[in-house]
Ligand binder design. Sequence first.
Ligand SMILES: [Zn+2]
Ligand SMILES: [Zn+2]
Length: 281
Amino acid sequence: MPAGKPTVADYHVHTPYCGHAQGKIVEYVDAAIAAGIPEIGFSDHLGRYYLTKSQKRRYWDWGMNERNLGRYLSELSDVSETYDGRIGLRAGLEVDFIEGAEDLLTPIMELYPVDYLLASIHCIPSLGWKHIAHYTKRDSWPVYEEYFRLARAAIESGLFDSLAHMDFIWRYVKWPAGKGEEVFKLIDRTVEGAARADVAVEINSNGYLWSQLYKVDEGDPFDALVRSVVEHGAHITIGSDAHKPEFVGKAFDSVVPALKDRGVAKYSVFAERKRREKAIP
Ligand SMILES: [Zn+2]
Ligand SMILES: [Zn+2]
């Protein structure tokens, strides 16, 4: 998107601290300024806090070690000062929600306060310690059911400000044939739960792009998600999920009008865990 054209804050951006993103933090910020993005929210992965020492070594690329949180936050604070007046910068985290591990997260968050927390389900422990994309030997419907159950538990945990990429499930796990209506119901119940719990739902660029590339016979899941957002008056955050600087604000020139056309007028930004609403330009 050319600079000067109004666009929205990007609240899902990674950094090299997670072990699998490329580029320097300042390069992500420069890319955001070049794209005319008014505020950038870094939300790097905190995905290993619940693992044992030996698991942490094995799953080294699942996100930063909590040990590095101090460095991550102080680098963001330095960069924020350097860019003051040119772009807003917020420090957040994308946290893997693991049912039963909530008590491990609370003390970390007390020690390292952030502006906002995204909740993600990348792995369903009851189905195996692996990325959702690797549950290929299973019938997909139970994976969908468990994914949405966990998404709702994350929302209801009271720990998070926004639920990241709900679309992760349909992007990585085969759409369950003949179950479309039921998936749309799960999407709707999850958004309804988020609205009730006052937790935002993320609109992810990759989820939008997936819907442009793939067609589901029963309907468009991106459309269903946004419809539920409007119907239940849920709050949203918007994010590119950039793991490289050039992907900051990815597809926002299509995502923003797609939201507006569907009746979404506002999105959320956060400072010190407090939400503020901004108009979608
Ligand atoms: Zn994620
Ligand atoms: Zn991410």
